[in-house]
Design a protein around this ligand. Sequence first.
Ligand code: FUB
Length: 406
Amino acid sequence: MMRKKKTYAGNPVITSIYTADPSAHVWEDGRIYIYASHDMDPARGCDLMDRYHVYSSSDMANWQDEGEILRSEDVKWGRPEGGFMWAPDCAYREGKYYFYYPHPSDSKWNDSWKIGVAVSEYPCHGFRDLGYIDGLGGFGMIDPCIFVDEDEQVYMYYGGAAQCLGGRMKGDMLSLDSEMRPMEGLYDFHEAAWVLKYKELYYLMYSDNVQPCNNMRYAVSSSPLGPWKHKGIMLKPVGCETTHGSIAQFKGEWYLFYHNQKISGQGNLRSVCIDKLFFEESGDIRCVEQTGQGVMACDDSFTEIMAVDYDGEITENGCLFDHVDGGQGGRASLRFYYNNASGCLSKIYLKVNEKEEFLINLLADREEADITIDLKCGENRILLTRECGDAIVKSMDIVLLDGGEA
Ligand code: FUB
């Protein structure tokens, strides 16, 4: 069967699992990628966050889950209890993708933040952890943002607990080339720094400390390290306490990537959204309108994808797909087709070859849920167990992302 093409992305745009803190980038292959953190369901504050997923698109409306790229278990220097894989960023240089993530190195998590780096030759798989950046970290120091200027100079920004620091990085993408210095002129900085350049001006977007829900503000400067001039609010509260996002230009249009709690109603089970962003003639950013429809496909580049279909064996408590052909093994994009007439969010637990994977959301106003996982070569067993709600999964299709015929 063909996977259908969407005309509008819808908000939230990622619905099957909870995702937050989206960092969006357009890479050499002409696609746009979102590097998101993952709010593990059920949540315990933001403590259990783990398993970064990457999403990619050629048209802004149809997003492919590219699968998991890193989890706390892979971080040898990290806190023994794991979790706390918070807001990441990614940068490209000379054929390699560098993934930056904040993670504590000790059980006393908020005193021991470090900025870890993983590297790959690919934008969305194959990442290996390289350790952390010497000279960065400490109490509340989270949310790395990497900005590569037009002259190829690389800058690092990060911070939390009301402190934002910035500095130059070396071309190795792993070490600092200057002291990190306070970014001056920001009004009410909380966390979530994001830097970009538009025309001749640098923009630093960040979240403020307003309670119970933060705003997103921005400041401008003629230099990448400030001093900054505060300009105002560019995203009003999204409904949950945190606000965090990124800005990217894709095929001529500007977009804001952010998160809200629309699916769960819980501030620590968030979902990535996208809306259009506009610069005024003056260079000011117009306050972004948060829509339910989301952004429209920006062109016809997404062609319907041929997938292999499976009918599920519907059981009293879920659905079983046995003898699923994983081809030569590797990443597989699963799409579950379901009926959810209850009007409420349903959840199913996914197990692949007896390995616990995720709770998957089956939204009342949708009929499909996507997730990318690893399948082994040959036959696989995929079991869905009802966690809550009345949705019934009937069938599934699979696209093998790493090649290999199913
Ligand atoms: O997602 C965990 C933390 O919440 C991020 O690092 C912050 O920016 C806030 O979004």
